[in-house]
Design a protein around this ligand. Structure first.
Ligand SMILES: *Cc1c(COP(=O)(O)O)cnc(C)c1O
Length: 440
């Protein structure tokens, strides 16, 4: 690509100057409060999408990274991309026109590994380039923290500090958060998740502290977590024999996963419909139906990673497809409750001998309803499987009436020794800890 064609990133609110990918990554949120999106969409129909068949995830990752991160030389990108994408995303045929894209073969058994691992390596690149040590602060109520923590494990130039509410995350989550060690420290806060978030916010507002320590965040709205999620949409098509347009069905909460698919669509991916499944946190299906977007407090469900009442990436989706008519051409959504989700897990297990986690089960239900309403549609539908069922054994075991086998990498993290530092839910204690651990 020539210099004049180079892609930059702008805010969804269009009130800021274009920045490079690395700058957008460091900022996270744009200064006008919007989210970063590419300033234009390169048409990659030919040769990229046309010749996608048989390409590996790593090849795809490198080709797309080179397009969207032109400021990093290909020979420098290659090892970062290959290291980030060190596991597969296999496409499994479930039945008839239904496929499952398994995104849970990474270290924490959930799709967030893709985004977090890629971002970690790009942050490390940036830290080395600037000759600075970076400290990432993450307040977590469970899953995000372990995906981010594991992603940065042993990554040069970056330290991670995870804050979690003591006694308020599951045993399995706590074990995953507190056994990483090395450059990843777990702070066990005597308070709530909101306290953890407040302490992190205060640190970011502490200008005195920030003169001494380079702080950064690893939010799910970060463009560096979104970009690598485009890769597996392409990897899914690379594994599919059929040539017809393919529908993608995504179990959704914050709608980052689905946004990445739409971004791939903008570059010419031969996609049919994007189908979103939500749990009873159904603000997006209601928005499509009624035309008004009304955020609501979230409600607790068994697909808890999708308990989101104000999905932040909707702002990106609306920027990609402005206007309700256009948006509806591309996006269809439906919501399902916990009983329907449990039924789906039971049915798929007994009919196809395949175990869905509660999140993927919501996706399965959405795909089924979409197809049921369109009897003549024979196009394949790929359901993105966002987590390994063993992560949710406590929910699934009573449903199927037998234990769920735990993969080795999960069992291994359960055997490691817990290491956390207890802390009062007060900023001065956190500040002192940061200065002592990371200050000059
Ligand atoms: C985060 C998460 C989701 C929701 O993904 P979004 O990008 O927020 O829509 C779904 N399933 C699992 C297992 C998750 O961890």
């Amino acid at each position: 690509m020539s210099k004049t064609e180079t892609i930059a990133f702008i805010s969804t609110r269009e009130k800021t100057r274009p920045v490079s990918f690395l700058e957008a990554m460091e900022k996270g949120l744009a200064p006008d409060g919007g989210l970063y999106v590419p300033d234009r969409w390169p048409d990659l129909t030919d040769p990229f999408w046309k010749n996608i068949q048989g390409k590996s995830l790593q090849e795809i990752g490198l080709l797309l990274s080179r397009t969207f991160i032109p400021e990093v030389a290909a020979r420098e990108l290659q090892p970062l991309v290959e290291d980030a994408l060190s596991f597969e995303a296999p496409l499994v045929h479930l039945h008839d026109d239904r496929y499952i894209l398994e995104l849970f073969h990474g270290p924490t058994l959930a799709f967030k590994d893709f985004g977090a691992r890629f971002m970690a390596r790009m942050m490390s690149y940036q830290a080395r380039r600037k000759g600075e040590q970076m400290v990432i602060l993450v307040a977590t109520s469970g899953d995000t923290g372990s995906a981010v923590g594991r992603a940065f494990e042993g990554v040069e130039g970056v330290d991670v500090c995870l804050l979690y509410p003591s006694g308020k995350v599951s045993k399995l989550q706590e074990q995953q958060l507190t056994t990483i060690g090395g450059n990843v420290t777990a702070l066990e806060v005597e308070g709530t998740f909101d306290d953890c978030q407040k302490m992190v916010k205060e640190a970011f507002l502490d200008e005195e502290l920030r003169k001494d320590i380079t702080l950064s965040s690893a939010n799910s709205i970060n463009i560096a977590r979104l970009l690598p999620q485009m890769f597996y949409y392409a990897a899914a098509l690379a594994q599919l024999e059929e040539k017809s347009p393919v529908h993608f069905c995504v179990p959704s909460g914050n709608f980052g996963n689905l946004t990445a698919g739409m971004m791939a669509g903008k570059t010419g991916m031969p996609a049919g419909q994007f189908v979103a499944g939500t749990n009873v946190n159904d603000v997006v299906p209601l928005f499509l139906e009624e035309g008004d977007f009304v955020p609501r407090p979230s409600r607790a469900t068994i697909s808890s990673a999708m308990d989101v009442g104000n999905p932040s990436n909707l702002e990106r989706i609306r920027a990609l497809y402005p206007g309700m008519a256009t948006l509806k051409q591309h996006l269809w959504a439906a919501s399902f409750d916990d009983d329907q989700t449990r039924d789906a897990i039971r049915e798929v297990y007994s009919n196809y001998d395949y175990l869905l986690d509660p999140h993927t089960a919501v996706g399965y239900l959405a795909a089924r309803q979409y197809k049921d309403e369109r009897k003549g549609d024979r196009d394949p539908v790929i359901i993105l499987s966002t987590a390994h069922p063993a992560k949710f054994g406590d929910i699934i075991e009573p449903v199927i009436g037998r234990p769920v086998t735990m993969p080795d990498r999960l069992a291994e993290s359960l055997r490691r020794e817990k290491k956390s530092i207890g802390m009062k839910a007060e900023y001065p204690a956190f500040e002192a800890f940061l200065k002592e651990s990371y200050g000059s």
